[in-house]
Design a protein around this ligand. Structure first.
Ligand code: ATP
Ligand code: MG
Length: 214
């Protein structure tokens, strides 16, 4: 049984926060690979001005040097909102016996119960919830507290005993970096160096991203 990490996001643009959570969860949970899945149309955000293809190209540039990481463009090939449950259904069909591990930050987990068909997501995968600054006590709804009570494990090895259904909370190096911050910096003619890879910055400059529209 393989353990496959899945990191979904808007990646507008990809930054070191994303890359570090992929690396640290891969090591802590002995993942054989991490798939980066850019959302075509994030259901809970306004549609990004930068095209999905450009966001995917930046992901590809940022991950090429890491053999564990790959770009998965299946959400770009679907019409309509990019619902995670649809993505998981198609990944599960390809990997019937592997453990699928969906990696999300604590900020995303706090509104997990607003995701489309969220009650069914753990039927397809485990959740690895990674800490994201500002780190404070998690302000979870009653519904999410109950979900955590039912599914949480404190033993990373459990994720290889089951193909889905568990939630692991995992503390990672706190990097207070966001794509919004990078977009604002570029818009203000400041340099986002050291927040994301140089290849991504070169791409942003070459395509004049974030100069007019955030
Ligand atoms: P934006 O500022 O546009 O909202 P973002 O930086 O939040 O972008 P996303 O692409 O929305 O990036 O994030 C994808 C996933 O990565 C989410 O689950 C998010 O919680 C997680 N994540 C992003 N940045 C970090 C970070 N610095 N530390 C931990 N997790 C992160
Ligand atoms: Mg965000």
């Amino acid at each position: 049984m393989q353990r496959i990490g899945i990191l979904g996001g808007t990646f507008n643009p990809i930054h070191y926060g994303h890359l570090r959570i992929a690396q640290e969860t891969a090591e802590a949970f002995a993942l054989s690979q991490v798939k980066f899945l850019p959302a075509a149309k994030p259901p809970l955000k306004t549609e990004p001005k930068v095209t999905a293809k450009q966001r995917a190209e930046m992901v590809q540039l940022a991950i090429t040097t890491n053999p564990l990481f790959s770009l998965d463009t299946r959400e770009l090939e679907r019409n309509g909102p990019s619902y995670t449950i649809d993505t998981l259904e198609s990944l599960r069909a390809e990997h019937p016996r592997d453990a699928l591990c969906l990696i999300i930050g604590t900020d995303a987990f706090t509104h997990f119960d607003q995701w489309y068909r969220w009650q069914h997501i753990l039927d397809y995968c485990h959740l690895i919830v990674v800490s994201r600054p500002p780190v404070a006590d998690l302000d979870l709804s009653e519904t999410l507290r109950k979900l955590l009570q039912m599914h949480q494990t404190h033993d990373a090895t459990q994720l290889s005993q089951h193909t889905h259904g568990l939630i692991a909370m995992h503390a990672v190096t706190a990097l207070d970096i966001s794509s919004s911050q990078i977009r604002s910096l570029v818009h203000a003619h400041q340099n986002p160096a050291y927040l994301c890879p140089d290849v991504v910055i070169s791409y942003i400059q070459a395509h004049q991203l974030y100069t007019d529209n955030l």
